[in-house]
Ligand binder design. Sequence first.
Ligand SMILES: NC(=O)c1ccc[n+]([C@@H]2O[C@H](COP(=O)([O-])OP(=O)(O)OC[C@H]3O[C@@H](n4cnc5c(N)ncnc54)[C@H](O)[C@@H]3O)[C@@H](O)[C@H]2O)c1
Length: 229
Amino acid sequence: MVSQRTVLITGAAGGIGRAVAKAFAEEGASLVLADLHAPDSDMIRCDVSKEKDVEAACQSAIDRFGRLDVIVNIAGMMIFKPIEELTEQDWQQVIAVNLLSVGYSTKHGFRRMKPGSAIVNVSSVHAVQTTAMVSSYAAAKAGMLALTRAAAIEGKPKGIRCNAVLPGAVDTAMLWDNPNIKSGAETIDPADVGKPEEVAAAIRFLASAEASFVTGASLAVDGGRLAQL
Ligand SMILES: NC(=O)c1ccc[n+]([C@@H]2O[C@H](COP(=O)([O-])OP(=O)(O)OC[C@H]3O[C@@H](n4cnc5c(N)ncnc54)[C@H](O)[C@@H]3O)[C@@H](O)[C@H]2O)c1
């Protein structure tokens, strides 16, 4: 299938980001790849915690390809500390990167997207159930779900759908660098570890016309972890 769509992907240099870029490239979409760490010249350096960077990434889709059809908000990071040790700066960073960034891209996306467009936000199972040491991340990812619902309501008259995925454990650097996993405080059955491509497939569905009646939804892509008592 050759798509005429232009897709902006934040966090595009990461494990899930690369798989999502590949999935959209396979359908022939034009890509705008954005990340804090831009390893090659095809990628825009963008700090999603800065509104001006996010606006520039959205505008870059218009300047390069004349349109912006899909935004996939993937950029994210965690700080591992007990609540008593989280500083004001820690809170501001985690909330800005994981939550405010989605407010910025929704704002600047809505200003540029035409009916038929879609936004997909990458939240986490931590939005629903969590562990110690990641309170700021869990709060930000839960906020992202509320923002997704609000954006779906405001996007509806514009013909723009907004949905979220909640990945479980996914085989990327972020999973294996997690100190809770390294220390054994959080254990994961290998059967509960998904591939970035499995998250990308769900994202591509939510961004596609096949999901034309799906908006405001939060889809767990976790191999059933949240369903387990
Ligand atoms: N891997 C998992 O198990 C898992 C589970 C649930 C949710 N997630 C979410 O999936 C998303 C992608 O994670 P991943 O597993 O691919 O991890 P990753 O660490 O491989 O990728 C994250 C990417 O985000 C980028 N990034 C971080 N801060 C940024 C900023 N300020 N501006 C722009 N880019 C920034 C990083 O440079 C990196 O390329 C994240 O939002 C993460 O919270 C991952």
